[in-house]
Design a protein around this ligand. Sequence first.
Ligand code: FE
Ligand code: FE
Ligand code: ZN
Length: 277
Amino acid sequence: MLKIGCHLSIADGFLAAAETIVRLGGNTFQYFSRNPQGGKAKPWDERDFQNFTDYAKTHGIENILCHAPYTLNCCSIHSETREFAKMIFTDDLRRLEHFPHALYNFHPGSHTGQGVEVGIDEIAEILNEVLYPEMKTTVLLECMAGKGSEIGRNFDEIAAIIDKIQCKDHVGVCLDTCHVFSAGYDIVKHLDEVLEEFDRKIGLERLRAIHLNDSKMPFASNKDRHARIGEGTIGTEALVRIINHPKLKDLYFYLETPNEEDGYAAEIALLKKAYRW
Ligand code: FE
Ligand code: FE
Ligand code: ZN
């Protein structure tokens, strides 16, 4: 079965978000650990969590994906920003231990002028401080479009970060179709070659989730502007090939398309219909 969902708010709790995704036709969802700009997380609500867990079991929700706030930057030139990133990371990971096998996705960071090598070292340094062998969560590095001084614009940079991490068992990758297309990986015409390169440099076993987005921007533009499925430069056909690819078909897919609920429901329905496994 296709594991598909979209980005949802947990302002009304985990149970409410789970009910929403089921209503939209999905079986997983992504949520921000806290306000996307950073700030405080909602206090942990054990009762909501228990209700969510029961509901998830009976409604085919195997797992959900937590997304770190956008402001988290593990490789800023400013040490206060790096300290803040470490604090948020630690706090988010502590909460996620409530879940049996959570996924935590984050943007590797922007080196803000320090250079890629320093950036990679600083990201790995924070990961080595916050990851620990007994943890149950898997932390996912998201592939980025490469705007500004973003790190993770290619598979080499992602591989270089993972290479420096001690707790490698707890590290994976999230591939965002809009981002990689903008970064210059032609998933429209050369999906197999892109996946071969991913496998060679990172290892496909690390790929755990896909952000399924179309792109408003041209190929290799390094711009990060998501479009609705079929309304961008990637197109429905290429995105359908991705969900059906034998090496990708069992991953979790999340829509981060500019949509309201009815738009998400329509995209989920389209993708479920096109899924041939
Ligand atoms: Fe993201
Ligand atoms: Fe994304
Ligand atoms: Zn994006």
